[in-house]
Ligand binder design. Structure first.
Ligand code: PLP
Length: 404
């Protein structure tokens, strides 16, 4: 008789965003005239920029002629895109990453979820707490997380690294030594960032302990401060201990277009095996590549015009971030993030829990945010607002919150 993968049954049933959607729907039904402003899910709202749109049109036309039609893409992605990435994201930042160490994909969510497959089931995983839920859930699916404890909100086999006000919303080296360390900076959900010196300490730690860092840099383009590294490969020794994940979703607005990449240096070895060769095998076996049309759009992101336009998109969102941050600060809220990241992390007032504040905000300001506890136990008592909304609506949301 067929059996299911029972590890899937361990997953927590109510996913954060579906609970939010349910609550918002109920509120909408009870208050049909309410003008709800959504600063909850981290999805972009601005349209694709003209240079990207032109490249998409051009690539579509190429698909209409036999001479320029393209079928399956090369396993690792088209050379034109991988070279543009290697030059712009790495060489120009002084990082030693070659085009053939880059694997083009349909986004950082899939890569961050799939990457654990190339590691042993008994690897010990460490995550920041709060955390982007995908890292935890995919390790649950893989049978690596152990059992869930309702009281603590933690999995027995996962090492949680609390990122609290006391730690500056950054992880500290855990007492138990992990094998796989997920780091995401600039951080979702807290918007915190690590300096290069601090990240170097993690790289040194990983090298010393033969651990691997999975570094999710999906929000790299939001970095505004000089001492914040754009890539983990700015740190010495990272080629020996780090995998980096990147996305075109938040810099260029590709959430609905789908494009990302993973970097695995060829020097990254575990037990005499290169992780590059394992991921190449996995990629080649299970994946047939991001669409040609989309890879051309990705290439356009690195053109001079493309870069300017993308800067404009990021600036638009970061103006929102500044408005939220300053508005809430002035109103007496304890807030952080929003400087190198499109997320603002606020302490819930009057000792409310994250979900109590969610309800309070929805009922009194018709504003939707994300309860911090949905990202892990250390997120309790915090709340995330995103800067991805329309500028006028964002201002209105802040004004409503301040005047509540
Ligand atoms: N990594 C982090 C930390 C994210 O917050 C997100 C999306 O919100 C992703 C990855 C997903 O990126 P993509 O759209 O490329 O799948």
């Amino acid at each position: 008789m067929v059996k299911i993968n029972s590890d899937y049954t361990l997953l927590r049933s109510s996913y954060l965003f579906s609970t939010i959607a349910k609550k918002v729907k109920e509120y909408e039904q009870a208050n049909p005239d309410a003008n709800i402003i959504r600063l909850g899910i981290g999805d972009v709202t601005r349209p694709l920029s003209p240079t990207i749109i032109d490249s998409l049109h051009k690539a579509v036309d190429e698909m209409a002629a036999a001479e320029t039609f393209r079928g399956y893409a090369p396993d690792l992605g088209y050379e034109f895109l991988r070279s543009a990435i290697a030059r712009n994201d790495y060489e120009l930042r002084g990082c030693d990453i070659a085009a053939d160490e880059i694997f083009v994909s349909d986004g950082a969510k899939s890569d961050s979820g799939n990457i654990q497959e190339i590691f042993s089931k008994d690897c010990k995983v460490a995550v920041c707490d709060p955390v982007y839920p995908v890292y935890v859930d995919t390790n649950v699916m893989a049978g690596r997380a152990g059992t869930y404890d309702e009281t603590s909100g933690k999995w027995s086999n996962i090492i949680y690294m609390p990122c609290t006000k006391e730690t500056g919303f950054l992880p500290e080296i855990p007492t138990e030594t992990p094998d796989l360390i997920y780091l995401c900076f600039p951080n979702n959900p807290s918007g915190s960032t690590m300096t290069k010196t601090r990240l170097q300490e993690w790289v040194d730690y990983a090298v010393r302990n033969k651990a691997i860092i999975i570094y999710d840099a999906a929000y790299e383009s939001y970095i505004s401060e000089d001492d914040v590294p754009h890539s983990i490969y700015e740190c010495e020794g990272a080629r020996e201990c780090a995998i980096e994940l990147r996305s075109f979703s938040k810099n260029a607005g590709f959430t609905g277009v789908r494009l990302g990449f993973t970097v695995i240096p060829k020097t990254l070895m575990v037990d005499g095996v290169t992780l590059h060769s394992l991921w190449a095998r996995r990629h080649g076996t299970k994946y047939n590549g991001a669409p040609y049309i989309v890879q051309r759009a990705g290439e356009a992101v690195y053109s001079e015009e493309g870069k300017k336009e993308i800067r404009g998109l990021v600036d638009y969102y970061m103006n929102n971030a500044a408005y939220i941050l300053n508005g809430l600060k002035k109103a007496g809220y304890e807030v952080s993030g929003g400087v190198n990241a499109p997320y603002i992390w606020l302490k819930t007032p009057k000792g409310m829990t994250s979900w109590e504040y969610f309800d309070y905000l929805l009922n009194n300001a018709s504003v939707v945010g994300t309860p911090g506890s949905g990202f892990g136990p250390s997120g309790e008592g915090y709340f995330r607002l995103t800067a991805f909304g329309d500028a006028d609506k964002t201002k209105e949301a802040v004004d409503r919150i301040v005047n509540m």
